[in-house]
Design a protein around this ligand. Structure first.
Ligand SMILES: *[C@@H]1O[C@H](CO)[C@@H](O)[C@H](O)[C@H]1NC(C)=O
Length: 215
């Protein structure tokens, strides 16, 4: 009997952890009040009396992002800051644009799984599992194909073709966050001590200084 109770408790716990949003919302919606000075886990709710349909609408995804940058890629997010109605709902979207040979650099989302579909062009995508295996999973994805990047794992999207590419991603958080690996490691503010990075990468400090100078 005790073990049954424990099993049920564990099941209930794992079920609640598997939900991307609050398992027991206390209202129909909690449109983010971006201007509030109060700090809670997420944004505080705007008064429901002041909420309109516009709070649940965004108009930005028809426009290509500007890919004139060294990586040749652009991400246009529709996260809670762009669409306040997403607050507490555990989902969001992003448009990904790629110039020919454009790359979204290795990165991860600390708070959300990403499911991506290709609208135009072809991408070489992949993610790496955590320790101890660090196994790389990759795939070529074309128009209509869908690929999922599990939460918290380092992944990349590369347009290996000479034509532009466009993809749309759904993310399992209203604010999934993004950690760009090159920026976090070599472009932090202030910089990580070059001796530490030299030891980590088994490189000469001069090479680390050069890498850090790129940010
Ligand atoms: C795109 O970004 C580049 C580099 O920042 C800038 O020079 C250019 O004006 C931008 N183009 C548009 C259409 O905004």
């Amino acid at each position: 009997m005790a073990s049954l109770v424990l099993l049920l408790a564990l099941l209930a716990l794992s079920f609640s952890y598997s939900l991307a949003s609050d398992p027991s919302p206390l209202q129909d919606f909690c449109v983010a009040d971006l201007n509030s000075n109060m700090f809670v886990n997420g944004f505080v709710c705007k008064s429901p009396k002041l909420v309109t349909a516009d709070d649940f609408t965004a108009h930005s995804l028809d426009k290509p992002g500007n890919t004139s940058n060294p990586q040749g890629s652009a991400v246009t997010p529709v996260f809670v800051e762009q669409l306040t109605g997403l607050n507490t709902l555990g989902v969001s979207l992003a448009r990904l644009d790629f110039a020919p040979y454009g790359l979204i650099v290795p990165h991860y989302h600390p708070r959300g799984t990403e499911i991506m579909t290709v609208l135009e062009g072809e991408l070489y995508v992949g993610f790496v599992t955590s320790a101890p295996d660090f196994k790389l999973f990759t795939k070529i994805v074309k128009k209509g194909d869908v690929f999922v990047f599990p939460k918290g794992l380092v992944h990349f999207q590369f347009n290996y073709g000479a034509k532009k590419a466009v993809a749309i991603s759904g993310l399992g958080s209203q604010d999934p966050g993004v950690v760009l690996v090159p920026n976090a490691v070599f472009g932090s503010n202030p910089p990580i001590n070059d001796g530490i990075l030299a030891k980590a990468f088994q490189l000469d400090k001069k090479i680390i200084d050069y890498l850090q100078s790129k940010f």
